[in-house]
Every structure is written in C-alpha cells, then in structure tokens.
Design a protein around this ligand. Structure first.
Ligand code: 0A1
Ligand code: ZN
Length: 875
C-alpha cells in the first residue's frame, strides 16, 4: 500500500524530556502467522481502549500493509494515514477492534531484526524496535498487552512451532502437509519481548521444581546433533532458577521455559518471555570445542537472560531511556550469581577488568553518555558498556551503601510495588527509599552525569595537636572532557583500610564521600602503613594517589582484600608499561630498573602463596591490556604501548622463567575434563605460564606449545597453544593454522575462533593477509559471529596491523564496516565503535581516523552508522 509522504529520515533525536504516555491501551493482541520464507502473512487483531485524546499511532517498517479494518469494517485508504514508519488511525471510539494484515519477507531480512530466517529456521528479534518489522503496532515498552499467537507452517521443514507462554492447542492442516500451534502468554508484556521460532531442532529436556513445588519443564532447542553441547547451559539454567529464589525470592511464573540457539544473531541473547533466544556461541559448549571462557560466559548469559524474567519482563522499562533499569540490575544479578558459583574475588577482578577496558574507555571518549541518557538517534546504539556495566556498578554501590539486608528489603519493595508495570529509574530508587527511609536523591546524579569521576586521596602525616592524627582527605572531580558542564558531586562509597608491613592495622572502613571533599582522621598507628583504598572496587572511579612503588608492593604482599592485591600489581604494571611506551616512542631502548625487579619479585611471591587459587594467580600474571593504558593517558602511539606491554611480559618471563616452567609442568592436564572454576583456574594459570614463557622467544617453549597443540584434550589448551605459536611466529605457524582449520572445519563455533586468531595475528604479508581471509571460502559476511571474529578481533586486538602508520588497517576496516552496513546497520555501527579511541592516539593517527570517519559520513550510511560516525568525529 502506498505511503502518504515521500520517504523521509527522521533526523531529530528522541528526547527523554518529550516522553508522553500512550493514547491507547491494547487490552489484548491476537497474532496469526502464516509462515513462508519469502512471504509471511501476519494477521493481527488489537483490542484497543482509549486512555487519552488523540490518534492511535502504530509503528511499522519494511512491511507491506494489505488491509486494515475497524470493528469488522474494512477501511478505505482515505480512512487512515500511512507513512514509511507509521500507520495512524484518528477518531477512534473508546474501545474498538482493529484488524491488520501485513506481509514481510523473512528470507531477505539481513538486518536480523523482526522476523528472519537463520539456518533454515524462522526466528525473531524484537528488542528494541524490531516488532514494527512484523506488524503495525505501538512498538514502545510502556504498552503492555496479553498475546495470543497462532503459527502455521509446513510440517516437514518446521516441525517445531514456538512462541511465548504456554501452548494451548496444536494440530494438522492440509491433510498433514502443514500444521499449527496456538500459544498464550498470560503476562502482559511490551512488544519487544515477543518471540516466535519455527524449524527443525534437536532438543535437550529437563525440569525444575520451584520453591512452591511447581514442576517446570525446561527445553533447549539446538541444531540437529548439538543437544549434548547444551548440557552446561541447562545446568546453568537450573542453578540460576534456584539462585534467584534463594537470593532475591523470585520464582519462575510460566508453565514452561524454553531456550533456542540460533547461528545468526546481532547480540548475545534475548530474554523474550518464556522463550529466550541465544546466539549459539553463548549456549553450546563441550570440552573439545569450547574454552573455559566460553563456559563461564554461557553460565553468566544464561543466568542474565533468566534473571530478566523479573528484572525486565515482570517489571519492564517505561521508555528506552530507562534501559539501565533492566540491564544494570540484571548484569549486577548475573555478576553476583557468578561470584556465588565461582570465586567472588576472581569474579570481581574480571568484572572490573571488563569495566575498565570497555566502559572507562567509552566514558573517556567521544561516545561518553550517562547511564540514563537524555537523548538518542537510534536506540540500538545504546546497548553500551555504560548502560550495562556502569549500570551494574551503580546497583553495587547502592548495595554497599545500604548493606545486605536493606538492599534486599528495597528490592522486595521494588518487585512488589512495580510488578506488571513499565517503570522508571526514579521509581526504582523510590522503592529503596520506602524500604529503608534513606534519601537517595543525590544518588540519582550517578544516572544523569556522564564521565568517570576521579577520586584523589591525600594523606597528611601525624600532627601532634592535640593528639597524634593522620588526616586522610578524599576529593572527587569530574574531568571536563566528558561533555556535560556543571557536574555536581556524586555520593562515592569508599571502602578503605590501613595496611602495615605485616598486615592490616585498622578494621575495614566505609566512608561515604558526598561532597567535593571530605577528610577523615586516623590515630597514630605507631608504624608506617599504606592505604588500601577502594577495596573490592567499591565505586567506579579513577583513583589518584601519591602512593609509591613501596606502597603498591606492600599492598601486593599484605592486603587482606584480594581485589586490592591484584590491583596493586596492576598499578605497578600500568606505570611500568606507560613509562616504557614513552621511552619507545622517543626511540630509547628498554631498561631494567628497580621498579621492574620489585614488581617481578612480588609476582613471584604471589605465585608461591598457597592462599591464592590458580585463577587469581593467572590474573595477577596478566598485566593491563593496551586499551587500558591508552585510555588512561593523554595521547599515545598504540604500537609503542603494545610493544611496552610485550616488553613487560618478556621481563616477567625472563625473571620468573624457572618458576613458570615448573608451574607449567606441575599443572599438567588433570585427565577428565571439568568446566568448574577450580579446573578452569588451573588451565588458565598453566596457559598464562606458557604465554609468558613464549614472550622470550625461547625454542624450548615452541616445543612445549607444539606438544600441547598435538595432545590437548580440550579447546582451552588447544587454542592457547595455537595462540602461543602465532606469537612465536615462524614457519610452523602456517601449518598449525591449516591443520587446525582442517580439523574443525565442520564446527562453525570453532572456525569463528580460528578467524579470530587470524584477525589478531601480526601477519608478515601485511593487510593483504586479512583481505585474503575476507575472501576465504569459510568467511560469511552475513553472519555477525564470523564478521566479529575476523573484523572485530582485527580492530580491537591487533594493534600492530589495525594502527599501522600507513593507514592501511584503517582503510580496510572502514571498507568492511560500510560493506556490513549495507546488510546489517546494527552490527556495522557496533564495529565502528573501534574508532572511539582516536583522540587518545598520536596526531598522525588522529588525522587518519578522522579522514576515515568523514569518508563514512560521506558514504550516506544507515542512521545507526551515521550516529556513531558523527558522534565519534564530534565535529
Ligand atoms: N536484552 C538483551 C540484549 C539485546 C538487545 C537487543 C538485541 O537486538 C539485536 C538483542 C539482545 C540482553 O540484555 O541480553
Ligand atoms: Zn540484558
């Protein structure tokens, strides 16, 4: 059907300040899908009731409208208005039945939003604004409705027909050629939580008995042959269900729970009500094909999506500005789950590492935004580390401030008061105020102000008037670079403790820094001490102190807080790499100095300490990544930083050579594989030893890596050996890469790993090698996992080639982003985020990247890519 106006791109941003509630409530929705890959017909019936004066505005995109009727009467074209993105009905009665027929083409839908075909199966992705690609509907999270869905499709190709909720009817059609199923979801939900899946699957079945004794069948749907690879996900699901009952008092609500794995997916996974859809890379795992990191991620993402059933589905978001309400809280919940399932200190270290790498980098660059933004062009671009990871840090601070019991009271009030509603961040905080009687108004600033605050600590030695006291002054500051003027002080919970040469000399303290500055006093302890500040990283801030190597070494050896012990080592490493990078930039040779020796010796002591587990030791032996160093400095040459990092690894490898080698042998394969935290920690430490030893370019180590590659019985060890070989270089690398490919060519998830190792390698032949990989027969530009494996790893983890001074890496990357944009704007825009670092680079590279961004803007890209390119360039 023709639209009323010429196609027009909406160029103005959507603003939080402009929010208005919907004019109509949708009492009930009934959807009927006649599924065909090339032409699917959708008939929808909406029972609408008026809430406020005005028209009924239905969103729609890339779909063909066949007919509209009102209370049984087909409307004429002049009875409604139709644009490229909306169907508008005016003068509706108080209550009416709207029937709409639309058609879409799932097999040609390369955006992977709405209804699409992946691996011959139908599936959907509706968050954030994908439902409008299926039918005309008020596609906004504050319109909640009960859905009844009828699916019909060919029986042979689509034996399973799934949708949200409970199946109420099914049967044969056309003498058995086709069949149908009817699903009902009794819980009102916004359209973004709608899902359907149809196709042939293998299934893995289990069940869970809830706290009130209800038996819930659990089913995971996977590609034929993959069922056993879903066992770990199933186990994670059952543990998540139990944990949510025990820790948050949340019970599952529907009669069944389903998870489906799909190969083509834009993000990680999606929490559709009762029917979670997962990128297969975050669901399938076994010893031979998945690494320990994969197992760990599966456990946390399965938990994350399951936890959304309460934080996201039962209580959803009023508008997309409130995205952190469901995402921040749910990430916090999945982090806590992982901490309880594995090792709390190790989990905290990993979460902080990820926060610094992704969120601090984002907040230090041109894409910095508040946890609750006030405007956006494309909401797809706001599924960011700030909303997710910083959002989780805010919940963690809230818990630290309130304490365990009051935090639980607050969350109980939240679930009770707001169940079945679309809520705001204000309503969330209000629940905690009601439960605890605290005033949380200042805390709201954390949601509204972008940028990472700096926390400075000054220590003044004892003054003998009237008693001997040490004054500790905490000061907070927002760097002016982060966009908003006039930032107000936030409330910063600071956990700290004084540490002497033989251990702590005070109890752990909690200071709430509410104003710009606050001083506390310590009585004279009669001995020299170092302050352990931000234990467990009690606030997402950048810590500035005058602490010296002596303090860091003392904390590395004596701090009872494992996070801080790790952190002290990282601080030393950061300083060493930073100084070394500057020296390399000015053409000086690496030097071994006292600080380096002290750091390596302290690492050696950590390795010998029986109080630490292997996972912790592996993390202690991993210096900060180049991105962390770059984002924390004014400007730098990324290759110099990377070389400095390699230099430090080599120094560790040299100094601790014997210890590392002994440990490598002592930690050899335990025999039967188990993905548990203890076994994974042993493998992590052993492979870390191998990698550090390889930094020395030692032929003996090459022998160890080759042997490990040949004998490994699990993917963690196999991949670590392959990566070590690529680091060592030489002829052996090509044959190993080819053999690995041949061995695994029928397993797409392993071939993704192969592509990412290729993307991260420093290829001798330069950028042509990466170009050749794009033309490899196994490369598929339509599959986001494959593109991320090669192009994503190239841009994020191959500094030598991506940041090549001749600009060849940037030129190649831009071309790939634009190519992707023609198919899938969401994924293209995410990739383009790799340029967010440009202001932190040297002048030459700044110029090169700016030229690339201008080129992207000039190529008339999608709205998604345009938004990221414009903001990144900031002109
Ligand atoms: N809510 C999901 C994230 C998600 C968002 C958008 C998507 O569309 C491509 C997919 C997934 C989560 O937090 O897991
Ligand atoms: Zn989520």
């Amino acid at each position: 059907m023709k639209t009323d106006t010429a196609p027009k791109q909406k160029q103005t941003p959507t603003r939080l300040a402009d929010y208005t509630p919907p004019n109509f409530n949708i009492e009930a929705v009934s959807l009927d899908f006649d599924l065909n890959p090339k032409e699917t017909t959708i008939r929808s019936q909406l029972t609408v009731t008026r809430l406020a004066p005005g028209p009924l505005v239905l969103d729609g995109e890339d779909i063909t409208l066949k007919s509209v009727s009102l209370d049984g009467k087909t409307l004429k074209r002049s009875d409604y208005s139709l644009t490229q993105t909306q169907l508008i009905l005016k003068d509706l009665p108080e209550r009416s039945l709207i029937e709409i027929e639309t058609v879409c083409n799932p097999s040609e839908n390369s955006t992977l939003m709405g209804l699409y075909v992946s691996g011959g199966r139908f599936c959907t992705q509706c968050e954030a604004e994908g439902f409008r690609r299926i039918t005309y509907y008020p596609d906004r999270p504050d319109v909640l409705s009960v859905f009844r869905v009828r699916l019909q499709a060919d029986l042979k190709d689509y034996p399973y027909l799934l949708a949200n909720g409970n199946m109420v009817e099914s049967g044969a059609l056309d003498g058995g050629q086709r069949h149908y199923a009817i699903w009902e979801d009794p819980f009102p939900k916004p359209a973004y939580l709608f899902a359907l899946v149809a196709g042939e699957f293998d299934i893995l079945e289990d069940s869970f008995t809830t706290m009130t004794g209800r038996d819930i069948p659990l089913t995971i749907y996977v590609d034929p042959g993959d069922a056993s690879r879903a066992e770990y996900a199933m186990d994670s699901l059952k543990r998540s269900m139990k944990w949510d009952e025990e820790v948050f008092g949340r019970e599952y609500d529907l009669d069944r729970f389903m998870i489906v794995a799909v190969r083509d997916f834009n993000f990680g996974a999606m929490e559709n009500k009762g029917l979670n859809i997962f990128n297969s890379s975050l669901l399938l795992a076994d010893a031979a094909t998945a690494t320990d990191m994969n197992f760990e991620r599966i456990e946390s993402v399965v938990a994350h999506e399951y936890f959304h059933n309460w934080t996201g589905n039962r209580i959803t978001c009023r508008d997309w500005f409130q995205l952190c309400l469901k995402e921040g809280f749910t990430v916090f919940r999945d982090q806590e789950f992982s901490a309880d399932q594995r090792d709390r200190a190790v989990q905290r270290i990993k979460d902080v590492k990820a926060l610094r790498m992704r969120q601090f980098a984002e907040d230090a660059g041109p894409l910095s935004h508040p946890v609750r933004p006030s405007e956006y062009m494309k909401i797809d671009n706001f599924y960011t580390a700030t909303i997710y990871e910083k959002g989780a840090e805010l919940i963690r601070m809230l818990k630290t401030m309130l304490g365990e019991d009051d935090f639980r009271k607050g969350s109980d009030v939240y679930f009770e008061r707001l169940d079945g509603t679309a809520a705001t961040v204000e309503q969330f905080l209000e629940s905690f105020e009601i439960a605890t009687g605290r005033d949380l108004s200042q805390f709201m600033r954390w949601y509204e102000q972008a940028g990472t605050p700096e926390l400075s600590v000054e220590v003044e030695s004892p003054v003998n008037m009237p008693v001997s006291l040490t004054k500790i002054t905490f000061t907070q500051k927002f760097s002016p670079a982060s966009g908003q003027a006039d930032k107000q002080p936030v409330i910063i919970p600071i956990r700290w403790q004084a540490i002497g040469d033989t251990g702590p000399i005070t109890e752990p303290q909690l200071t709430l820094l509410k104003s710009k500055e606050n001083a506390v006093s310590l009585p004279d302890m009669g001995e020299d001490f170092s302050l352990s500040i931000l234990q467990d990283f009690s606030a997402p801030v950048i810590l500035k102190t005058r602490q010296t190597s002596k303090d860091h070494l003392r904390l590395m050896g004596q701090d009872p807080n494992a996070f801080k012990r790790w952190e002290a080592g990282q601080t030393l490493a950061r300083e060493l790499i930073g100084t070394q990078a500057k020296a390399i930039e000015s053409g000086q040779m690496p030097k071994v100095n006292k600080a380096l020796r002290g750091y390596c010796q302290a690492l050696g002591k950590t390795l010998d300490d029986v109080n630490f587990n292997s996972s912790f030791k592996a993390l202690a032996l991993t210096p900060p990544a180049a991105t962390e160093i770059i984002q924390a400095s004014e400007t730098s040459d990324p290759i110099a930083v990377s070389l400095a990092g390699e230099w430090l690894s080599r120094a560790i490898g040299d100094t601790l050579h014997e210890d590392l080698l002994n440990l490598y042998h002592a930690l050899s394969d335990e025999g039967t594989f188990s993905p548990d935290a203890h076994s994974a920690g042993r493998r992590a430490l052993r492979n870390r030893c191998l990698s550090l030893l390889a930094s020395r370019q030692d032929p003996v180590v090459a022998g160890l890596a080759i042997e490990q590659l040949g004998t490994a019985t699990n993917m963690t060890d196999e991949l670590a050996a392959l990566m070590t070989l690529t680091k060592l270089g030489g002829k052996r690398v090509e044959t190993s890469m080819t053999e690995f490919f041949e061995k695994w060519k029928n397993n797409p998830l392993v071939i993704d790993k192969w592509f990412s190792v290729q993307g991260m390698r420093k290829h001798d032949s330069g950028i042509e090698a990466i170009e050749a990989l794009v033309n490899h027969s196994a490369y598929d530009p339509r599959n986001p996992n494959r593109v991320r494996s090669l192009i994503g790893s190239f841009a994020m983890a191959n500094p030598h080639m991506f940041h090549a001074v001749d600009g060849s890496g940037y030129a190649f990357f831009t071309q790939q982003v634009l190519d992707m944009d023609s198919r899938n704007p969401q994924v293209a825009a995410r990739l383009l985020g790799a340029y967010e670092v440009w202001r932190k680079l040297d002048a030459k590279r700044q110029g090169l990247i700016k030229a690339q961004l201008r080129h992207v803007i000039g190529a008339a890209p999608s709205k998604n890519v345009m938004e990221i390119a414009n903001k990144t360039l900031g002109e």
